[in-house]
Design a binder for this molecule. Structure first.
Ligand SMILES: C[S@@+](CC[C@H](N)C(=O)[O-])C[C@H]1O[C@@H](n2cnc3c(N)ncnc32)[C@H](O)[C@@H]1O
Length: 488
């Protein structure tokens, strides 16, 4: 298919025409409307085809690049002959043409070039399919630290979407992929997105960290082939490594490639295995690195849900081999005693400390985006809480973090609440059920008064024992600092 020697001048013309015709994220959103856009997310094309029936330039571009249906060449505001010659379009019956790739507008004024999404009824995916940007790509993009980086690595760049996000924030970016077709399509993405105006981008082919042996980066991002599948057939999602070994290696080897102060953000899947706490499994990966680490499970699926999700993703649902594939996959997971598969984020930071801290937790609530805007504060808080002794804590002057509110509930008419909850309205939007002492502290700490005398005052007001409060409260306060309810 696409033999990707597309002349740069042709790509520049293509980009100009796309922009002039309103083929942008907002333009497509407006033209399709909510109903057709939601239907498309469910792989239903009909509403989008109806919304683009009127044949103007924007409608024709949506049909061509996004919906992947044949379009009359005369309806397209494009250098059609050149695009056919370069392999980006193919001539259909009569005077119609069809896109050989999926080309969609993206954030940051970019365009992403990938293979066309497979839909139910399509022929099986080729093993070197280049996947377009999806929910996982967006999750990784919003997780990445926002601080400017001199050198960044995007491992497994695929259609090149992470580079579009990083360009400008990172000055030099190395993008790797084991699949040479991915690098060809990514090069089109970058050219159409103008990333070379914002960053120096270098593409390198190879597996894992091989293409960057001996090199270090201020920022590493990877949305890897994390799907846990028997055998591994589709490069865009399956590495062929057993179980969750690929993600583990990605984490384990990260310290060799992080510069001092650098961050690595990785998406991952991990197994929940009978008799093992998944937190210990993932915590073990992070602990091996000797870096500060934070792993968040955002979702967990049982084995059957997991297999169905990925068989749907490759449009195998309803095919003659569906039941056989489903059975074999499920059998493999069962043989490993798998009770579920977790989906999440992993962040590592080379803070240079000799006493690194690892936190593994489940967060399923909606969080403030982008997480990258405050991820360094999350790691700072986890580290500070871990490193403070009880004595240092009692002498510290915490304050309540911005946006923390308190909720009290209990039976009507009761003098004391049965439950007090602190809630973050910002950031990770955590909640914490607290006791009356922590709630009282939350009402008075303002960053100017040390904890110890505040606890003595609370003991006096409540008739408690000051020594006992000084001994018992630091653990709870440490947890509230680690979770960002109190700041230091
Ligand atoms: C899920 S896609 C991610 C694409 C893109 N970075 C994103 O965020 O949407 C994973 C990419 O990793 C690549 N890949 C698969 N195995 C790899 C390996 N062993 N080493 C490096 N890249 C690999 C695939 O070719 C694919 O492009």
């Amino acid at each position: 298919m696409v033999g990707m020697n597309v002349p740069e001048a042709l790509l520049d013309r293509l980009r100009d025409r796309l922009l002039e015709s309103g083929y942008t994220l907002d333009g497509v959103r407006e033209r399709l409307g909510d109903v057709a856009a939601s239907a498309l997310a469910r792989e239903e094309l009909v509403p989008a085809l109806r919304a683009t029936r009127d044949g103007d330039a924007l409608a024709a571009l949506i049909r061509l690049w996004w919906l992947g249906v044949p379009v009359e060449a005369a309806e397209l505001p494009l250098p059609v002959a050149g695009l056919v010659e370069s392999g980006l379009l193919t001539a259909e019956h009569g005077t119609a043409v069809r896109a050989a790739v999926h080309l969609q507008p993206w954030e940051e004024g970019g365009y992403l070039v990938s293979d066309r999404k497979v839909r139910p009824g399509d022929p099986p995916l080729r093993t070197d399919h280049v996947v377009g940007a999806g929910g996982a790509s967006a999750n990784l993009a919003q997780l990445a630290a926002r601080a400017p980086a001199e050198r960044a690595l995007d491992l497994g760049t695929g259609c090149g979407v992470q580079v579009v996000h990083l360009a400008g924030r990172a000055r030099r970016i190395v993008a790797t992929d084991v699949n040479p077709r991915a690098l060809e399509l990514a090069a089109l993405t970058w050219r159409l997105s103008g990333v070379h105006e914002r960053a120096e981008v270098e593409a390198r082919q190879g597996a894992m960290y091989e293409p960057v042996e001996g090199e270090r980066f201020d920022l590493i991002v990877s949305n890897p082939p994390f799907v846990i599948a028997p055998g591994g057939g589709l490069t865009y999602r399956e590495s062929g490594e057993d179980a969750d070994g690929f993600c583990r290696h990605l984490v384990r080897l990260a310290p060799r490639h992080l510069a001092p102060g650098g961050y690595a953000h990785l998406l991952a899947n991990w197994l929940h295995v009978k008799g093992e706490d998944w937190r210990d499994r993932v915590g073990g990966w992070l602990a091996e690195t000797g870096l500060d680490g934070w792993a968040v499970q955002r979702d967990v699926q049982d084995p059957a849900e997991y297999v169905e999700l990925w068989l749907r993703d490759s449009a195998e649902h309803g095919t003659p081999r569906y039941a056989e594939r489903y059975d074999a996959w499920l059998g493999r997971l069962e043989a490993m005693d798998v009770t579920g598969v977790g989906f999440g984020w992993i962040t590592l930071r080379d803070s240079g400390t000799l006493d690194p801290v690892v936190r593994v937790e489940e967060l399923t609530q909606r969080v403030e985006l982008p997480v990258g805007g405050y991820v360094s504060g999350v790691l700072d808080a986890i580290g500070a809480a871990h490193r403070l002794t009880d004595e240092e804590l009692l002498a510290a002057c915490p304050a309540v973090a911005e946006g923390v509110t308190e909720e009290r509930s209990g039976p009507p008419g009761a003098e004391d609440p049965a439950r007090i909850v602190l809630r973050q309205t910002r950031g990770l939007r955590r909640t914490a059920a607290v006791g009356t002492v922590e709630a009282a502290l939350a009402g008075v700490v303002d960053g100017t008064l040390p904890l110890a005398p505040l606890l003595d005052a609370i003991a006096e007001l409540t008739g408690g024992d000051p020594a006992e409060l000084r001994a018992s409260t630091p653990a709870a306060v440490r947890a509230l600092i680690a979770e960002g309810f109190f700041t230091l």
